[in-house]
Design a binder for this molecule. Structure first.
Ligand SMILES: [Zn+2]
Length: 245
């Protein structure tokens, strides 16, 4: 393995100097917590074999509207069905957040690992699995309620189908959240990109207006776009964070 100690020391020094860090949380932080990336090639293959559709199709607003029973069958099993526990990286981020150096966190993940770990001020671009709402009367329902429902989960007040709190394929990200994310990154003195790559839409979009030269990418997998980050450390985020704080 390449010696990364020079980069690690430099990143540690920069984090120590920063007071407006923005943290972008990618899918790698879910995987380190015991989750799965249903868009990885291995998972795509498994899902296509099992459901005869791609994860994009299964998670689309069109499928949700047309085949709600099958959508929830998939959603409960593949999205809500996996046991996860926040990886140690979340504890380290909490520690960093308590020092006041972090301005904002932005996540593309809709699992609730960040609040479970006590992180605050997180922009959830794609929603959160815990925000289940009845579209007719507005009543909120827990993940457990949705998970344990037989077939399509129905509101216990008005019997309407409950809408999961995450963004589906074919839906647009809330404009206010996007603006907030872009503004936070624009004013950042350092951007920490964790568990994803520079090709990721969230990363491209959020770092688009950033004029600084302190984009730090920490991720396990190498990618041809790594050169778009100013500093790159290849390893699990949970291994690296204790070394740079
Ligand atoms: Zn209702």
């Amino acid at each position: 393995m390449i010696d990364q100690s020079g980069t690690i020391a430099k990143v540690k020094e920069m984090i120590g100097e920063s007071s407006h860090i923005v943290v972008l949380l990618g899918i790698g932080t879910v995987i380190e917590s015991g989750g799965e990336n249903i868009w990885s090639s291995r998972e795509c293959y498994r899902i296509e074999e099992l459901y005869h559709k791609s994860p994009d199709e299964m998670m689309s607003v069109g499928y949700y509207s047309a085949r709600r029973d099958k959508f929830f069958d998939f959603y409960k099993r593949e999205i809500l069905g996996r046991e996860m526990k926040p990886a140690s990286l979340f504890k380290d981020l909490r520690r960093l957040q308590k020092t006041g150096r972090i301005r904002k966190m932005i996540t593309q993940n809709y699992f609730d690992l960040h609040s479970e770990a006590g992180l605050k001020d997180v922009i959830e671009l794609y929603g959160n699995v815990k925000n289940n709402i009845c579209p007719r009367c507005g009543k909120a329902f827990s993940v457990e309620y949705v998970k344990n429902a037989k077939g399509v989960p129905l509101c216990d007040e008005c019997k309407s189908g409950i809408r999961p709190g995450i963004m589906l394929f074919g839906e647009k990200i809330n404009n206010d959240l996007m603006t907030e994310a872009v503004n936070a990154c624009e004013k950042a003195d350092l951007i920490l990109v964790l568990g994803t790559n520079m090709y990721d839409n969230m990363v491209k979009f959020c770092t688009g207006n950033y004029k600084g030269d302190r984009v730090v990418l920490i991720t396990k997998e190498e990618h041809y776009t790594d050169r778009f980050a100013d500093y790159v450390i290849h390893d699990e985020v949970s291994n690296v964070l204790p070394l740079v704080m």
